[in-house]
Design a protein around this ligand. Structure first.
Ligand code: 2P0
Length: 324
């Protein structure tokens, strides 16, 4: 009982920020993402009665306590679903370079869900797999699909309607996503903790909820007609609003560094010079910049020469989960 799956990571265009149910990973709002082509996790899961305990090997060595705990918790949900009580060996290779400034939990839990479900022959369809991956890490439910993806928050309390679906396949709209790494100190607050604190304490969180539905509609329409300008504008506004909710949390959460602001300014200046270029920022100081393929080289150079920028990595829309 062994299988291997590969999942790409994704970046949110309209953000997931806040849970209504922490145990089931049910979000307060729907979100939209692009699956990326260059950063991924390959995971092999083997269930075997000879194993005396669960083991998690990450990039060749036994994973730390915090990571292992999250993975084993998720594994126990899968075992429960399958009705088995066997131990597993999980072997993961994470090709999400720290330098990319991207979270690996999306690709990590999507690959783990896919490999475990296949090893146990659970015969899940994509929606069921997305629901399963969501229970490892919310953003992982979007990495089951390639291209442009929506995670519908759902209404049910059991989470059976909180799953992702594809809006547009990766091959149908070629845009460039530049991941800009800026100099920073250690990440201070995890996304999980950050969103929880925001929901509980920020007076601006209700403002976020009041406007996110409109942002989702705008983004979905823009994707369906491939209107880059409209998409870019709403992506930028939405990211800034998410960060504004965090600034209002108690204690406040500030993920930005000086390089983050320098990149924001550079993007705004490029735009004033007539280039269609937009930014988004997740729960960290790095910036992801969206532009059209014909502007990619110029934007890359401009970003790389910005003070505080360490590295720029160019990505394209990537595929959904695959089995090796
Ligand atoms: C997103 N982020 O939509 C948002 C935007 C970060 C900022 O999803 O607690 O690792 O495992 O569900 O998915 C990061 O949070 O959090 C995230 P959990 P997750 O991409």
């Amino acid at each position: 009982m062994k299988a291997t799956a590969k999942a790409n990571t994704n970046i949110a265009l309209i953000k997931y920020w806040g849970k209504r149910d922490e145990k089931l990973f049910l979000p307060m709002n729907s979100s939209i993402s692009i699956t990326l082509d260059r950063f991924f996790t390959v995971t092999t899961v083997e269930f075997n009665e000879r194993f005396s305990k669960d083991t998690f090997l990450l990039n060749g060595s036994e994973a730390g306590e915090k990571e292992s705990k999250k993975v084993f918790n998720f594994l126990s949900k899968i075992k429960e679903l399958a009705g088995i009580d066997l131990n597993a060996m999980i072997t993961s290779e994470n090709k999400v370079p720290i330098a990319a400034g991207l979270a690996s939990s999306a690709s990590g839990f999507a690959a783990l869900a896919g490999a475990a479900a296949k090893a146990l022959n659970l015969q899940l369809n994509d929606k069921e797999l997305s629901i399963l991956a969501r229970q490892g890490s919310g953003s992982a439910c979007r990495s089951v699909y390639g291209g442009y993806v929506e995670w519908q928050k759902g209404e049910k309390s059991d989470g059976k309607d909180s799953a992702a679906n594809q809006l547009l396949p990766e091959k149908e709209w070629d845009i460039s996503i530049l991941s800009v790494l800026v100099a920073s100190k250690e990440k201070k607050v995890s996304s999980r903790e950050g969103m929880k604190r925001t929901v509980l304490t920020s007076p601006f969180y209700q403002g976020w909820l009041n406007t996110v539905e409109k942002d989702l509609e705008t983004a979905k329409k823009a994707i369906s007609i491939k209107d880059f300008k409209v998409l870019g504008e709403v992506v930028e506004e939405n990211a800034l609003k998410m960060h504004a909710t965090m600034l209002g949390a108690k204690p406040p959460i500030i993920y930005w560094e000086s390089g983050t602001l320098a990149v924001i300014e550079k993007v705004q200046r490029l735009r004033l010079s007539g280039i269609q270029v937009y930014f988004t920022i997740d729960a960290g100081p790095n910036v992801k910049v969206l532009c059209l393929p014909e502007d990619e080289k110029m934007v890359y150079k401009a970003l790389l020469s910005t003070p505080g920028v360490l590295e720029v990595i160019t990505c394209k829309p990537g595929s959904g989960i695959t089995y090796l």
